[in-house]
Design a protein around this ligand. Sequence first.
Ligand code: PHE
Length: 440
Amino acid sequence: MRSTGVDYRGMNGLGPAESGAKPCFFVTRGANRIAAKRKSRKEEGGMGSVTFRVAVLFALASMAAFGCGKTEERGKAPSGGTPATTETGAEKTAAQPEKGAKPAERGATFGVETENGINLAVTDIKAEGKTWPEMITVDNGGSPTQTASAVKRFIDSDKVSVILGPVTSNEAIAAGDQAEAGMVPLVTPTATNVMVTVNKKYVFRVCYTDDVQGPMAANFAYDTLKARRAAVLVNSSESYSMGLGDAFVKRFKERGGEIVSQMSFTKDTDDFGAQISQLRLKSPDAIFLPAYYEATAKCISQARAAGLRSTFVGTDGWDSPNLYTLSAGAVKGNYFTTHFSPQEDRTAVKRFVQNYRAAYNEEPGALAALGYDAAMVVFAAVERAGSSDREAITKAIAETRDFDGVTGKITIDANHNAVKNLVILETGEKSASLKTVVSP
Ligand code: PHE
C-alpha cells in the first residue's frame, strides 16, 4: 500500500530509536479484557506484517518484570485491518487486579469501547492509504497510581511523541500531571472533570467539560422534567462525580429549584440503604446521580426495590451496555447526559455506526465515538506537525479548529477543551434511546 501519510520510521530520516521519540497511545482499562484479547491473538497465530505495536501493562506488581520475559504475539485487530504485536510483562499477573482495587468491571466496557473506537480510526486511516504510527497500549488497571507510573514510563523509556487517554477523570488528572512534567502532549478522549486541563500546556481533550454537563443536567431536570425539588448523590471517591454534583447544585438553585438533600457514597459502597431511606423521606422530584454505571446500577436497583419512584438524572458515566445488564433493566425510565447517540440523525453518525457494527457486531456508545474522534484529531495534528517532535505536535493539537468528528465539530479552545453539543438519553430496560440534543 502506498503511504501518503506520516510514517514515524521514516521521519527525519531516523527510526524511532534514533529519533528518540515515537508516538504512543494509551487507552485501556481492565485486566480481564486484555487477558481475553491476548488469548484470541495467540489463537489466531501469525497474521501479516507487524506495523502496530501494543504493550500491555498489568498491575504494579508486574511492572518490575515488564522489561524482561516479554512474549510476542502477532494477530489481527477486531476490524481485521490492523496487524498487531503485543508485548507484555509477566503473563501470570494478567488477571490479578491491583491490591485493594475493585475488580476491573468498568474496564470491561470503558476500555474496550474506547479502544474499539481508536482501532476503527486506525482502520479508516489505513484505508486512505496513510500510515498509522507505531502504537503502544497499556492497561492502567483503573488506578491513578498505575496510570502515573505508566505515563512516566511512556515518556522516559518509550520516548513517545503523544499520549492518547486515559478514559476517566481521576486517572486523566494523574496522567496529565506526568505529561505536563515530561512535556509530552496528552489527549483524553473522554475525561470531563474541569481540573484535567487547568494550567496545562500539554493536556487536551476532545469532549466537553463538567461545568457544561452538570448545568445542562440541571436545566433538563428543571425544564423538561419540571423538577423543583432535587436531591444529589455523589461518589466522593471520584473527582468526576464531586465536580458534577457541585455544578448541578449551583445551576439548579440559580434556576429557582430547591436542593432537598445532598449525600455521598464511596467507591466501596455496595449497600445504598442509608441513602435510599433518606431519599424516601424527602421524596424529591429528581435525584441527580453523576456516577459510573456500576454504582448507578446498584443504587437504582436498590432504590426501586425499596419503592422509591423519583426520576434519576445521570451523566456520561452511565454510558455502558452493562448498566442494563447489571440492573436487570431496573434503570428503565431515567435520563442521562452524554456525548453521542447512535440514533442521532447526522451523516457522520450513520457512517460510524454502520462501520462500528460491521467491525464489532454491537452498537457504539459515547466512548467508542470519542475514542474514534480523539484518534482522528491526534492523527490530523501529527500530519500537520509533519514531525514526531513533542512540541510541534502539542502546537498542532492546540490549533485544531472545526474538525468534523462523529461527536460533532471539534475546536480546541484556549483552555484545551472542546465545546460541543450534549445528548440526553432515556434509559430503557436493555438500552437507551435519544431524548434530545442540547447546545451549551
Ligand atoms: N467523563 C467521564 C470521566 O471523566 C468518563 C466517561 C466518558 C465515561 C464517557 C463514560 C462515557 O470520568
